[in-house]
Design a protein around this ligand. Structure first.
Ligand SMILES: NC(=O)c1ccc[n+]([C@@H]2O[C@H](COP(=O)([O-])OP(=O)(O)OC[C@H]3O[C@@H](n4cnc5c(N)ncnc54)[C@H](O)[C@@H]3O)[C@@H](O)[C@H]2O)c1
Ligand SMILES: N[C@@H](CCC=O)C(=O)O
Length: 543
């Protein structure tokens, strides 16, 4: 049974700078070179065993140097999925019987290993496999994953402490059981931290998991799985299946013991998974919990009172860090004419044109790398062609793409006079920032239009120094973003500080890295114990 606990008070992992000449930079560069020198077998992991999947092989490459193969994985087959489901079910009784403290200790240990000797490995794998700069890898695969692991252990303890009232002679208790069955974690390419957290969070609460990482994130996912094992995760608790997930879903979504889906990725894929669950609803032992954080078309609204310098920096960082491949990326901005014509247009275009995207692994000073794969590249190239051919849009910076060495798309700033154009509604998931310029008195109307035009509601920012404008924006845009920023870029949420998630087409808003998310992975049993049970069936009113 669980004794009274006191999980160590979590703190956010400090972000290392990797400044030129620093020891941490030399150490990271060494690890990048080591990992780039080998070609790994990117196995599946089922019941603690590593072996190749049974399907077709696929290469995992460096997006900025697309002919360099980092490792080879194989598609997971129906048989692989059946084995993973069986392993998850077999491990469940032992794992859920383990006291919470023992389960939490595994993930807390993983956090400390990652803060120490494993840090370079996960950062290097993320730089190489996902084309992140050193800084972007550090805030993701080191700091955010460490924070998820540390903070979740504390939130889990808070859930266990949540207990009902008891009247005299009675003891009421919550038994915070895991879900009955297994959880299917399906993770995106763009954050190593999210990929690690989605299987880890349900596992912490006593569930066992089938984890399907994105094929393009398989390199860092491979090392994340090794990290969990090094921290003492028992076999079968998390079972990792590389590949596109098509065959895996055919097995998993039809299994009576599917207890939940923990998904992050595109809106389209999440809706597809939800539809499959709906179609199979008669088969399940219980109603599967569906948790999905999905796409965004994230906005920055500037008021005429905004600080133009702060706005400029937020737009550049928000739109172009990690090549715009954050669900939170600033992809549409609404700027008053006074600020735009007052210098922001030219400055934004010049800064965007000056940004260096290149080989993030060869040069740790690089601002950004390539987009993730050929499919993303083709999508962005197509969007840029449509934008250039549109009568209402003017490309102020970028607008070009080149895949000779890697899948490079230049940071692009587009001014568009049609506020309903696809550039204000479609998630490209690349370095394309669309700007609508409004006449200063039209602030309120512009906000109202921006509020309703896109199907998403993930992140958004207001830039203003006028407090009444900030107050008005917070009200008008209340349901347009699950993470709302005042005078800050809409990216870079920190675990424990800005719990993350959006609504509308952006997801179920279960706030990854908060107690609200962990609550989805427990199914409490209420226990009432009566110390002196009644021995006479009659009530006083009967005389
Ligand atoms: N809201 C958030 O917190 C958040 C965070 C990160 C990314 N995202 C979103 O993720 C998207 C980008 O990531 P992506 O390109 O990896 O998304 P994606 O939807 O293409 O893929 C996500 C995952 O789903 C898998 N998948 C696809 N079809 C499947 C199926 N039939 N069965 C099982 N798995 C299947 C993919 O292989 C991958 O592992 C963007 O839309 C972005 O906004 C959202
Ligand atoms: N939590 C991250 C975004 C995750 C999605 O890609 C941020 O706040 O920038």
């Amino acid at each position: 049974m669980d004794a009274l606990l006191s999980v160590p008070k979590p703190h956010n992992e400090p972000v290392r700078s990797y400044a030129p000449g620093s020891a941490e930079r030399k150490s990271l560069a060494r690890r990048v070179a080591e990992l780039a020198a080998d070609q790994l077998d990117l196995t599946l992991t089922v019941g603690g065993e590593q072996r190749p999947g049974g399907g077709a092989p696929f290469d995992v490459v460096q997006p900025h140097r697309r002919h360099h193969v980092l490792g080879v994985a194989r598609q997971s087959t129906h048989a692989d999925a059946q084995a993973a489901v069986a392993a998850a079910k077999a491990a469940a009784p032992g794992w859920r019987a383990l006291p919470y403290a023992e389960r939490a200790a595994v993930f807390l240990r993983a956090a400390e290993l990652l803060a120490g000797g494993w840090r370079d490995t996960l950062n290097a794998a993320t730089i190489l496999g996902q084309s992140k700069s050193a800084q972007q890898a550090e805030i993701d695969s080191a700091c955010e994953l460490i924070d998820f692991l540390r903070f979740n252990a504390k939130f889990g303890e808070q859930i266990l402490a949540e207990q009902p009232e008891s009247s005299t002679g009675v003891w009421n208790r919550f038994d915070h059981r895991p879900l009955e069955g297994f959880v299917y974690a399906v993770t995106p390419f763009n954050f190593t931290a999210i990929a690690g957290n989605l299987p880890a969070a349900p596992a912490l609460m006593g569930n066992t998991v089938v984890w399907k990482p994105a094929p393009t994130q398989q390199f860092a996912a491979h090392f994340t799985m090794r990290l969990f094992e090094a921290a003492g995760l028992p076999p079968g608790v998390i079972n990792m299946l590389p590949g596109d997930g098509i065959a895996v879903s055919e097995v998993v979504l039809a299994d009576p013991d599917l207890a939940g889906i923990h998904f992050t990725g595109s809106t389209t894929v999440f809706r597809h998974l939800w539809q499959q669950v709906g179609a199979n609803i008669e088969r399940f032992r219980a109603y599967p919990r569906l948790v999905g954080e999905t796409g965004g078309k994230d906005f920055v609204v500037a008021h005429p009172s905004a600080d133009a310098d702060a706005l400029h920096t937020a737009l550049i960082r928000g739109a172009f860090e990690y090549q715009g491949q954050k669900c939170s990326a600033a992809s549409r901005a609404y700027v008053p004419r006074s600020i735009w014509d007052g210098g922001l247009r030219d400055r934004l275009a010049a800064t965007a044109d000056g940004i260096g995207y290149g080989d993030v692994a060869a040069d740790l000073s690089t601002f950004g790398g390539a987009v993730i794969d050929a499919k993303a590249f083709a999508k962005h190239a197509g969007a840029l062609d449509r934008i250039k051919n549109s009568g209402s849009c003017t490309v102020l910076a970028g607008g070009t793409a080149d895949d000779a060495e890697g899948w490079f798309v230049r940071p692009t700033v587009v001014e568009c006079t049609d506020a309903t154009h696809e550039v204000f509604t479609t998630e490209y998931f690349g370095p394309i920032l669309s700007v609508f310029v409004y006449d200063d008195p039209a602030f309120e109307d512009t906000m109202r239009q921006a509020e309703a035009v896109a199907p998403y509601a993930l992140t958004g920012s207001i830039f203003a120094t006028d407090r009444s404008a900030i107050d008005r924006a917070a009200e008008v845009l209340r349901f347009a973003a699950g993470n709302f920023y005042v005078n800050d870029k809409p990216t870079g949420a920190v675990v424990g500080q800005q719990p993350f998630g959006g609504a509308r087409g952006s997801g179920t808003n279960d706030k990854a890295g908060s107690i609200l998310n962990l609550l989805r992975w427990v199914s409490p049993r209420t226990i009432k114990e009566t110390f002196e049970p009644a021995v006479d069936y009659r009530y006083p009113h009967m005389g």
